[in-house]
Design a protein around this ligand. Structure first.
Ligand code: DC
Length: 227
């Protein structure tokens, strides 16, 4: 247990793809004036680097090396990889699918562990991902497991992609999402699972505002004090 882990609070928001955790995490962080960690972006950035550098995606150690070597900066909406803004590129389904595949590799998860923990900076951090509450920030005073049914999530992702000018097909997205969910939930290492002390929030029928309020209400109830 580190000093940071006791003094700088973390709200961990884990859940399946397109459950709204990214938007909710940003909005909660904004409301509290905290930092935010989009851990999925680090897996996506590794996938993009693997594609760009022509690395064999089946070579677990080479993929982990690519992660150690990532030159990444998050600047508001911009995500810089070696100085180039790739925020839109990493949202592409092919990058997401490769990210989901390589996320099962133990060496890669280890390579990204300290990079993620370095985001725990005062006054606080909202971290979104799959294993924020179980592995990366197990001492987080608030852990949210955000779920939504797969139809609702596919519709949201479809809308998001179209808004960004990408073509999107609902049936293909549903199929992709089901297989990605299955892979994320059943992998041996750091699977997508609610921490024992997580609060499960189902956002299928909640607006973003309502979901943010649920999380902030939970946080008010925690009564966190740094030691
Ligand atoms: O949250 P996202 O869809 O951007 O994540 C992309 C992939 O990265 C996802 O399929 C699984 C993986 N991931 C992970 O294994 N652990 C995390 N903490 C975040 C993402």
């Amino acid at each position: 247990m580190t000093v940071a882990s006791l003094q700088v609070p973390v709200i961990a928001i884990d859940g399946p793809t397109a459950s709204g955790k990214g938007t909710v995490a940003h909005r909660v962080a904004q409301a509290l004036g905290w930092e935010v960690l989009d851990s999925g972006a680090l897996y996506r950035l590794t996938a993009l680097a693997v594609q760009q550098q022509g690395i064999d995606p089946n070579d677990e150690n080479a993929v982990a090396q690519a992660a150690y070597g990532l030159d990444v900066k998050f600047q508001g909406e911009r995500v810089l990889l070696s100085g180039v803004d790739v925020a839109d590129q990493i949202r592409h389904e092919s990058v997401g699918n490769l990210a989901s595949k390589i996320a099962a590799y133990v060496p890669l998860r280890l390579a990204l562990l300290e990079r993620q923990r370095a985001f725990q900076q005062a006054p606080g951090l909202v971290a979104d991902g799959r294993d924020m509450g179980t592995v990366v920030f197990p001492e987080a005073p608030l852990k949210i497991f955000l779920v939504a049914d797969v139809q609702a999530r596919a519709k949201r992702r479809c809308k998001q992609l179209k808004e960004k000018g990408f073509s999107a097909n609902l049936d293909d997205l549903l199929e992709d999402m089901r297989s990605r969910d299955l892979r994320d939930r059943t992998r041996a290492n750091a699977p997508l699972v609610a921490a024992a002390d997580a609060k499960t929030v189902d956002s299928s029928n909640l607006s973003i505002d309502e979901t943010v309020k649920v999380v902030l209400d939970f946080w008010s109830g925690v009564g966190f004090r740094a030691v």
